[in-house]
Design a protein around this ligand. Structure first.
Ligand code: NAD
Length: 671
């Protein structure tokens, strides 16, 4: 397990609109802060802004004079990256939103920050994994997305990259709480995370409205104000900068779907320098410091239902893709966009049919598939999605464009909280995918049961990988489930043990990928596989006895067989957690993946085994190993002889021997 640090020293890199506010927030919350910027004038401006803001807090009675002085004394400023980050526990990067710039800044920070420091980005949209790749510590690189202005807005999205250690995410969640913010854990690294992903669909819509000449900015803003909004969308964009809208559409076009590039007006205005308030002219004239909005009648060409439907659609996609659950989406949008309610609450008052037909109308009107109904809405399952009963992610979302680093995979339909992927080379991948660290509930058990049957009968599959979505394998059974009687609880235990057995008896080679956590029921699932690969720092253990339980999904029986009574007793009776390396030394883990992506490693390993091991022989060998240990040795030896006899007639045996003699690779047919 990676050490977690007691965070006291924070360095913020980039002293602009966001950076100065983030630095101030940390300082008034009791952290020692260094604010770094490459440009001296940016530092001078930030100093003045922070000082004025702290003065205001005193004026308003939010800080005492002593607290303000203490906050000021905790702040330092620097123009030198090496010095600024050399003592940091956390570095928060807040330089402009450019992938190339951020990558070079991350590389620089990584070189000079202490090895244990957490590197966080305040990026609005960019995938964290893309930034983490520029560092030597992707496990300690994470997203920490504040909203503008950070001193006021309560939301912080905490985003793991593909390789981020869950302990690092947890640490930033705790730090965010110390800042008095409301952290929302994003479950999967995806462009724009929660709030800006939902915002991006609105941005595209309002760009296309102008492209098509449907209404003028003043007519739309008039309509929006009539709905009770303090500012219309174009006035707001003028206020924050039209370039921000244009850049965001360009990023989403590259990272998520080229259709975001359909909107043209914002990019053209950005090119012409019509950025809004900061250049004096955008949609409106700002020469007086305020938008001069012509007095016109509100448009009737758009309706509030357009926006509701688009936002619900993106929210449902986020659920389907496993980026966030409905509650976090609702919380994120209300806090991040300062709204009284979000798309989930709105969806609860609408029918699936209403939303679907509105989206179909918008997709046709704007010739834009981003507006077309998400899969669950198409299938009439919007309610399942917004009430958290849907399987994240689905075939469509997992195949969404822009998912970097993923090879094309044929997917079968999402099966509850377990997803089945079919990879090239006769390999299948079973992915646990639930909020709360992929914990196992009844839905996962049913999914595993169904998938085990499907794969057992599939001659096209030779090796099965069992893994968890994101950085965690599985943290155990979901203990928040309700059981009304001891009989119901006993049945749940029986069911789990039966499904573990079914998995262990699948006539395929199975590989579990242990990462993040493999605890309790998760460890029992791993023990039901033939081979276990693990990261160095995965936490492995049986916490059951600390909760008044025993391992009840076959762990108390499998572990002693695997490790012997002494080690099994130790692990079960003390609940001590061991890391992947120790488990490897004990023989619980077969392959260690000290660096790199454990899933990638498992996929390569599986493909290699699928092509080298004769499938019928695998099936019989598994039977011999599993059943042989349960019968007297003479019966076991007899089973072995019969298996050898059975194999004698197979084409694979002939092929295996002839390939061996011919010094070539065997091509097994599974016959
Ligand atoms: N402004 C917002 O509303 C908002 C909200 C949330 C997140 N963000 C994100 O926060 C980040 C910063 O945005 P901002 O609005 O504060 O930008 P900004 O332009 O106001 O500030 C960026 C600062 O970074 C400094 N900088 C540039 N290159 C640097 C380098 N190599 N090393 C150190 N400092 C450097 C600049 O001098 C500037 O002071 C972006 O990723 C943005 O997407 C912005």
């Amino acid at each position: 397990m990676l050490e977690t640090v007691e965070v006291r020293k924070v360095t913020v890199v980039g002293a602009g609109d966001m950076g100065h506010g983030i630095a101030e927030l940390f300082a008034v919350s009791g952290f020692d802060v260094t604010l770094m910027d490459k440009f001296p004038q940016a530092i001078e401006k930030a100093k003045a802004r922070i000082s004025a803001s702290i003065d205001k807090l005193v004026e308003r009675g939010k800080l005492t004079k002593e607290q303000a002085d203490a906050a000021r004394s905790r702040m330092a400023y620097s123009g030198d990256m090496a010095k600024a980050v050399s003592q940091a526990d956390i570095v928060v990067e807040a330089v402009p939103e450019s992938l190339e710039l951020k990558k070079s800044v991350f590389k620089d920070i990584d070189e000079h920050a202490p090895p244990g420091a957490i590197l966080a980005s305040n990026t609005s949209n960019i995938r964290i994994s893309d930034l983490a790749a520029a560092t030597s510590r992707p496990d300690r690189t994470v997203g920490m997305h504040f909203f503008n202005p950070p001193m006021v807005m309560k939301l912080v999205e905490v985003i793991p990259g593909a390789k981020t250690d869950p302990a690092v995410v947890q640490e930033l969640v705790e730090v965010s709480a110390k800042l008095g913010r409301t952290p929302v854990k994003v479950l999967r690294d995806s462009p724009g995370f929660i709030v800006n992903r939902i915002n991006a669909a609105d941005t595209l819509f309002f760009c296309l409205v102008l492209d098509k000449g449907m209404a003028t900015p003043a007519e739309v803003d008039g309509f929006a104000k009539g709905q009770g909004l303090p500012m219309g969308p174009y006035e707001l964009l003028d206020f924050v900068g039209v370039d921000i809208g244009a850049d965001s559409l360009a990023y989403f076009a590259e990272a998520l779907s080229p259709e975001y590039g359909k909107g043209k007006t914002f990019a053209r205005m950005a090119k012409e320098g019509l950025l809004g308030k900061k250049t004096g002219k955008g949609f409106y004239d700002w020469s007086t410091g305020r938008a001069q909005i012509p007095d016109v009648a509100p448009t009737d060409k758009i309706s509030i239902m357009d926006i509701f439907a688009l936002e619900i659609n993106e929210a449902v996609k986020l659920v389907e893709e496993g980026v966030a659950g409905p509650e976090d989406i609702e919380g994120g949008v209300t806090l991040g966009m300062n709204r009284p309610f979000g798309p989930i609450a709105v969806a609860k008052d609408l029918s699936n049919a209403e939303v679907k037909s509105k989206l179909e109308e918008l997709a046709a009107k704007f010739d834009c598939q981003i507006f077309a109904p998400a899969r669950s809405i198409s299938e009439g399952r919007m309610r399942d999605a917004i009430e958290g009963r849907l399987a994240p992610p689905t075939e469509k979302s997992a195949a969404a464009p822009g998912e970097s680093g993923q090879s094309p995979k044929e997917q079968s339909a999402g099966a509850g909280a377990v997803r089945l992927e079919r990879l090239p080379g006769e390999v299948a991948k079973v992915v646990l995918n639930r909020p709360k660290l992929n914990t196992i509930n009844a839905e996962i058990l049913d999914g595993l049961d169904r998938i085990a049957t499907e794969l057992s009968n599939d001659p096209e599959v030779r090796v099965v990988i069992v893994t968890g979505e994101g950085a965690v394998f599985c943290a155990g059974a979901d203990l928040s489930q309700f059981f009304s009687t001891s009989v119901a609880f006993m049945e749940f235990a029986r069911k789990g043990a039966r499904i573990m057995r079914k998995l262990s008896e699948m006539p395929k080679l199975t590989i579990a990928v242990l990462k993040g956590y493999a605890l309790g029921g998760g460890l029992e699932l791993a023990l039901s596989c033939d081979i276990r690969v693990a990261t160095d720092n995965v936490e492995i253990g049986f916490p059951e006895l600390t909760r008044g339980l025993v391992p009840a999904w076959s762990g108390s029986q499998r572990l002693p067989k695997l490790l012997g009574v002494s080690q099994a007793s130790f692990l079960i009776l003390t609940s001590e957690r061991i890391n992947g390396r120790r488990a490897y030394e004990l023989g619980l883990v077969n392959r260690l993946v000290p660096s790199g992506d454990p899933d990638e490693y498992a996929e390569k390993y599986a493909a290699q085994l699928a092509s080298s091991q004769a499938p019928v022989a695998v099936m019989l060998a598994k039977k011999l190993i599993n059943k042989g240990s349960e019968v007297p040795i003479d019966d076991g030896l007899e089973m072995e002889a019969m298996a050898a006899g059975l194999l004698f007639g197979t084409a694979d045996l002939k092929e295996g021997i002839s390939a061996f003699l011919g010094k070539r690779k065997a091509e097994f047919k599974g016959k």
